[in-house]
Design a protein around this ligand. Structure first.
Ligand code: SF4
Length: 349
């Protein structure tokens, strides 16, 4: 039986469980072209066996450079892109194996997504009221048009806009206001889990903090659970309870947010953190992230990170590291196995 959390009355434990999730894209030319020019199949492993779980009411942040597989994972979790392997469970229901149409529909209601570009995600020809009312109508969450209109007004107030804004079009708002409209629409289906895919990266720096604070307030008020996708560690620090660091489709480190920022264990995490500007460290030179992310179609053998790693050891070039448990963290690195150095030490100069 589910244990009830004392604060929210919701069952405790993970709401979202991702197990061995993988996605391979076939980028091959057509069969006839391959025969004519003698080329082989080209497969891109975008996500490679990722497992994670998101606690109810928590924020799990996935970070990594562009091309690390963050957005591909987000799309598989919300049901927009089928995985090649593995599974995704929301409150015990398998997103990709659920056969009952009624339960699929219920899953779609419970999971929503907020996208990076608030303008592209809102239909420019629809008034804001119709945009927000659409999920209410689709899932039958209001008894009639008057109840729907009242609910739209409530949602606009909830995200800090005026209920009278319902009659306007998206182009009449600023970028930050448009993202608030996108959040109101996501909330319209009364979801419990929201995937936020770089929700502030298209906004001015001055507006980013306002939108992040709004997301945090809504989480507390409504008991929401977030999967937060970002390349920006400063944003992640503000939001996350747990962080997963992705490199070329693999989860290379996962830890409670506070621990990961205080004591990064994977050399790649350390490199990402060393590159973050920190207000409290003025005058200290920040190190940019060294090297380029390799071609994912032909990743380096062994540890994919070895061409960029300042701690590289001979086995890193040929042996794929296992996932080690180090305290509350999980780390994909030979430094934590037998024959490793037991962790990050200053690299030999
Ligand atoms: Fe660096 Fe080796 Fe660890 Fe990879 S396995 S991160 S190359 S030390």
């Amino acid at each position: 039986m589910d244990q009830l959390s004392s604060q929210s009355g919701q069952p405790a434990g993970p709401l979202v469980e991702v197990e061995g999730l993988g996605r391979v894209f076939d980028l091959s030319k057509r069969w006839l072209n391959r025969v004519l020019d003698g080329s082989g199949k080209v497969m891109l492993v975008a996500v490679d066996g990722v497992s994670l779980s998101v606690e109810r009411g928590g924020t799990y942040a996935l970070v990594g450079e562009s091309g690390s597989g963050k957005s591909t994972i987000a799309k598989m979790v919300v049901g927009l892109l089928p995985p090649t392997s593995g599974r995704v469970r929301i409150a015990g229901a398998d997103v990709w194996a659920e056969r009952s149409v009624a339960r699929q529909r219920e899953l779609r209601r419970r999971i929503q997504m907020i996208f990076q570009d608030p303008y592209a995600s809102l239909n420019p020809r629809w008034r804001v009221g119709s945009i927000i009312a659409e999920p209410i109508k689709a899932f039958g969450l209001a008894s009639d048009a008057a109840a729907r209109e009242a609910r739209v007004g409530e949602l606009l107030s909830l995200v800090g806009l005026d209920p009278r804004d319902a009659v306007k079009f998206p182009h009449e708002f600023s970028g930050g206001q448009r993202q608030r409209i996108a959040i109101a629409r996501a909330l319209a289906s009364e979801p419990e889990f929201i995937v936020c895919d770089e929700p502030t990266s298209a906004l001015d720096v001055s507006v980013q903090a306002q939108v992040l604070n709004l997301l945090r307030d809504l989480q507390q008020r409504l008991g929401l659970t977030y999967l937060f996708i970002s390349h920006n560690l400063a944003v992640v620090r503000h939001m996350a309870t747990r962080v997963g660091v992705l490199y070329l489709g693999c989860l290379v480190e996962e830890a409670p947010a506070r621990e990961l920022f205080a004591d990064p264990k994977h050399p790649y995490t350390k490199m990402l953190l060393d590159a973050v500007p920190d207000i409290g460290m003025e005058g200290i030179e920040r190190q940019s992230i060294a090297g380029e992310i390799p071609n994912p179609i032909n990743p380096p053998p062994g540890c994919h990170f070895h061409p960029r790693c300042p701690y590289v050891m001979p086995q890193c070039r040929s042996v794929v590291p296992p996932l080690y448990t180090v305290g509350n963290a999980k780390v994909l690195c030979h430094l934590y196995g037998a024959g490793g150095a037991g962790g990050i030490k200053p690299p030999a100069s």
